[in-house]
Design a protein around this ligand. Structure first.
Ligand code: SAM
Ligand code: SF4
Length: 343
């Protein structure tokens, strides 16, 4: 057999390819369904959280991450709920961080920023170089209204502390009609001035919440149009391997990303799958197809057996989501909350 053929076989053996030819190299892992905030678009104020026995242990999460890395996962993003409120989270981050450079290329976190002051130095030490901080407003009162339990000053302090530790920050804001709609531009200016990229996310109809989602929905085509009237948005093929499409803003010198699952189908280049804190692998954020990997891990099945279960799941990855924000219905397209899969 020729060397190139052998290499090809080896490569395919260690790669996850879905039925639509997409290579799956990005795993998002929700470490917990719990959170110290209660953002209005994400959670109801009184949530019932999962019993501990259902949640994967940190060791089980590591076993699953190892299996994915063996199958070609290059990027892992830890999310939640709030990943940094998980007890002993740093032990897992330290272990995963050691895998960077041997298959894994990047370990990142999506956080609400509340614990960054406490953890940023160690996060850097364990290999975290980029963190996404979700923040929808710079107005303390509005911040309290949106997050219900959050404190803006604490988050801003966390961002500063992470930056000081050498971690690059991206600010993610969910666009909310009549809430932060007219603040997105000043947030972008602030973010760019502080040296952070800024990404705007469209609300997605996930999970029962108390508010009406059609009241919150703001199409990003509109936001982009408004930005375009004031700024020169230069198309860019910059990517962080995630779903955001970026433009370079000439006047600020910063990057502006748009995550538009509803106004623009973002599924064609989907390279990711999501693991919940109970070990359920969702092949698509907006569909219910799933595989129970906890069952596999708790049976003591490791390595080949576990990898086979993952391959089987990937062979069922759907082509795209069915999100729809129906003006007449307040029920979500997907019943689970975003905090289950972590966005
Ligand atoms: N707690 C962390 C945080 O807030 O960054 C990580 C988990 S949170 C579920 C991940 C991201 O999902 C956040 O940026 C949040 O704003 C976003 N999100 C939550 N619910 C959403 C929804 N219904 N539509 C769009 N984005 C949502
Ligand atoms: Fe918590 Fe993040 Fe959901 Fe807000 S968006 S409630 S911070 S999990």
């Amino acid at each position: 057999m020729l060397d190139t053929e052998q290499n090809l076989i080896k490569e395919t053996k260690n790669t996850l390819i879905d039925p639509f030819g997409r290579t799956i190299s990005y795993l998002r892992v929700s470490l917990t369904d719990r959170c110290d905030f209660r953002c209005v678009y994400c959670m109801a104020e009184h949530m019932t959280f999962l019993p501990k026995a259902e949640v994967l242990s940190l060791e089980e999460i590591e076993i699953l991450c190892d299996a994915f890395i063996n199958l070609g996962t290059k990027k892992i993003r830890l999310t939640g709920g709030e990943p940094l409120v998980r007890k002993n989270v740093l032990t897992l981050i330290e272990k995963l961080g050691k895998k960077i450079g041997s298959g894994l290329e990047e370990l990142t976190i999506t956080t609400n920023g509340s614990q960054l002051t406490r953890y940023s130095e160690q996060l850097f030490e364990y290999g975290i170089r980029r963190v996404n901080v979700s923040m929808d407003t710079l107005n303390s009162e509005l911040f309290k209204k949106i997050t219900r339990w959050g404190n803006l000053e604490k988050v801003l302090e966390g961002i500063k502390s992470a930056q000081k530790s050498g971690i690059k920050i991206k600010i993610n804001a969910v666009a909310l009609k009549n809430v932060n709609e007219y603040e997105l531009e000043s947030m972008m200016k602030w973010a760019h001035n502080e040296g952070h990229d800024f990404t705007i996310i469209e609300t997605m109809p996930m999970g029962e919440i108390t508010e009406d989602r059609s009241d919150q929905y703001l199409p990003l085509s509109l936001v982009r149009g408004r930005m375009k009237e004031k700024y020169t948005l230069v198309e860019s093929d910059y990517t962080t391997g995630g779903p955001a499409r970026y433009v370079q803003v000439k006047e600020t010198g910063g990057k502006l990303g748009f995550i538009t699952p509803l106004t623009h189908n973002f599924c064609e280049s989907c390279n990711r799958v999501r693991l919940t804190c109970t070990g359920i692998l969702y092949m698509c954020l907006g569909q219910d197809d799933a595989a129970d990997l906890r069952k596999v891990v708790r049976k003591g099945i490791k390595e080949q057996g576990l990898e086979d279960a993952i391959r089987e799941a990937i062979s069922r990855k759907p082509k795209g989501h069915d999100f729809e924000i129906n003006r007449r219905s307040s029920s979500p397209s997907v019943k689970r909350h975003m905090s289950v899969t972590g966005g």
